[in-house]
Write a new protein. Structure first.
Length: 602
């Protein structure tokens, strides 16, 4: 998601900001911008696309001597990736950059507009700078005005604000989005992660949620709940690559750990208290739609398959899911009342893109759920919803899958509400479960250690079966795919109830069965299927909130009421299992053999 940098000092702030943004490129972005305040003059520039465009636009700008500056890479959430929507956003005499989502921006914007404030962008962020200036005009004190502004904001943010009336200070706030302050003897830096600070700062201050304040080149004033906070400085150590990996061994591991945070981003401003809101869709989006067809490949196909159960069960709309490479050549019968959804992490998968073109040609309404804005699939589809997983580097998809499932689940609720087939109470309890998911996806150290220890028992054998029922069957498919992609061991996902129709013939002590046994959905039935395998001496790794005597190994999960809560918790476990087995086998986890992150060939 978005990246933020800031600088106060005597060196070239332009270069420091641009280099800092380059270090944050891995977070993903579609536009970028900087604002530099030297004496009383402000320079600012924004550009759509790669940073090279911003570099080019700013090539004639030089700053000598002391200056302060802020910079931003934007991953579009509210409004298209355009220059006007890029940050910094400006008021009459102040500039702001922001990472996160201001959930109540519409109310603030309406009220400011009714007082005559003019808005240039479609973003939620712009309200911050106008609100600050309005408060400043009333209070005549920059910091008090900034604090008053923060009190009006709901949602997640990391904010940097500069104003002409205080040309040596940066005002900052953090709540739910990352922000770090770096220092050396005579300069001060802000960044969304360590990477831009390496080689520049000696010490860092990791800000906590709810903290805010203002900084000068040699002074940090930090507050929480109106109380001054003592500054805890930590030495800055590490190299650039490991900074990008955030101390994790592999990007895939980091991405598994990031799931909690990106899922929070994914639901922000969408899962409200009593309804689901997709600003990407218009009111009449589902009028005349009687059927949904979802097309995707690999992991994205699994997210579609899992949530197809929800479209039928919750939204009461007939739904079928197809593998894009199969769909293309089957001469499908397409009817105009069908909403055609494509799912893709990269937005460039050739088979999915071609399937989308076919559907469009047949006159169907199309919707893409994608993690990369401006990708070919996003450009081709009539409507798009971004998954907001941030850039995913590991070839084996993890956090993109998690956010795809989340978007599709919210979409099922959105349709259910639109078709009036869900009661207020049920919708509220679904939304409560959605909001609980980020917490369930936090990886506990004890869980990771347990899986690491356990993984040494699963390095041989003649294959794995991941089994589950209902939505846990597609999760079993995904668990098996993760394992084979990075361990090169043979693994299959299978419906638990289908094992007896053939695959059970393979059962012996060297057949490893990973059994997904949720308590909230068909527990007894799945248990019977696992017992059948155990009776044939298969080695069973059971994942369940219920103790299971016949398991050779057991991973206990939380007892949750909603099956999707169990789904997300088990998803994390299967991902870590694949990761640890692959690491023990000495494989390149992030770049497994024969695979590519973006499959742009047929
Ligand atoms: C996931 O781990 C895989 N690398 C692969 O199956 C992937 O999901 C598939 O190629 C589809 O990619 P997409 O989501 O970018 O369209």
């Amino acid at each position: 998601m978005c990246g933020i940098v800031g600088y106060i000092g005597e060196n070239s702030s332009k270069e420091i900001l641009l280099n800092g943004l380059a270090e944050l490129e891995y977070r993903g972005y579609d536009s970028a911008g900087i604002a530099v305040l030297a004496d009383d003059s402000i320079f600012h520039s924004k550009a759509v696309g790669k940073l090279a465009n911003l570099r080019d636009k700013t090539k004639d700008f030089e700053v000598n001597g002391f200056s302060i500056g802020i910079g931003h890479t934007r991953w579009a959430t509210h409004g298209n990736p355009t220059e006007l929507n890029a940050h910094p956003h400006l008021g009459e005499f102040s500039y702001v950059v922001h990472n996160g989502i201001i959930e109540n921006y519409k109310e603030i914007k309406d009220s400011l507009m009714s007082e005559g404030v003019k808005f240039l962008s479609q973003t939620d962020t712009e309200v911050i700078v106008h609100l600050f200036e309005k408060n400043y005009k009333e209070i005549k004190d920059e910091f008090e005005a900034f604090k008053k502004t923060l009190k009006s904001l709901k949602g997640a943010y990391a904010i940097l604000l500069i104003t002409k009336s205080q040309n040596n200070k940066i005002f900052f706030a953090k709540n739910g989005s990352p922000m770090i302050i770096g220092t050396n003897s005579n300069e001060l830096f802000f960044a969304s992660s360590d990477a831009p600070l390496l080689g520049l700062a000696n010490e860092v201050v990791y800000l906590e949620d709810g903290e805010y304040g203002y900084a000068l080149c040699d002074e940090i004033n930090l507050f929480k709940d109106e109380e001054k906070v003592d500054i805890q400085k930590n030495p800055l150590v590490g190299d650039k690559i490991s900074a990008q990996k955030g101390g994790f061994r592999f990007f895939m591991e980091k991405e598994i750990y990031e799931q909690s945070e990106v899922l929070s981003d994914c639901i922000l401003g969408r899962a409200m208290d009593e309804r689901v809101d997709f600003e990407e869709l218009d009111e009449n989006f589902f009028d005349d739609i009687t059927h949904i067809k979802i097309c995707a490949c690999g992991t994205s196909y699994h997210s579609a398959l899992a949530t197809s159960y929800l479209f039928e069960r919750v939204a009461k709309i007939s739904t079928n899911v197809e593998i894009a490479s199969e769909f293309r050549y089957k001469e499908p019968l397409l009817t105009k009342e069908t909403l055609f959804i494509v799912i893709s992490q990269s937005g460039e998968t050739a088979d999915t893109l071609e399937a989308l073109k076919m559907a469009k040609k047949a006159g169907l309404k199309t919707l893409s759920i994608c993690n990369v804005d401006n990708s070919s699939i996003v450009r081709e589809a009539d409507f798009s919803i971004l998954a907001r997983a941030g850039i995913e580097k590991g070839v084996a998809s993890t956090k993109a899958f998690a956010t795809q499932v989340m978007v599709l689940w919210m979409l099922a609720l959105y349709i259910a509400e639109h078709k009036k087939v869900i009661s207020k109470e049920n919708l509220a309890s679904e939304l409560k479960a959605i909001k609980h998911i980020p917490k369930l996806c936090v990886v506990k150290d004890s869980l990771h250690q347990k899986i690491r220890r356990l993984s040494k028992r699963y390095l041989h054998g003649h294959g794995f079966f991941f089994i589950g029922r209902d939505i846990f069957f597609p999760l079993a498919l995904e668990g098996a795919l993760k394992l084979k992609e990075i361990s090169y061991l043979h693994a299959e996902g299978y419906p638990a109830g289908e094992m007896k129709h053939g695959p059970i013939a393979l059962a012996d002590a060297n057949l490893f069965t990973v059994a997904l046994m949720p308590k909230s959905l068909h527990y007894e039935k799945t248990k019977s299927n696992v017992e059948e395998l155990s009776a044939r001496d298969a080695t069973i790794l059971a994942i369940s909130p219920e103790e299971f005597d016949l398991a050779d190994d057991f991973i206990k999960t939380t007892s949750c009421e909603h099956p999707m809560e169990e789904f997300f918790e088990m998803m994390v476990i299967t991902q870590i299992l694949a990761l640890e087995i692959s690491i023990r086998l000495g494989n390149d986890v992030d770049m497994p053999r024969n695979l590519a992150k973006s499959v742009t060939v047929e």
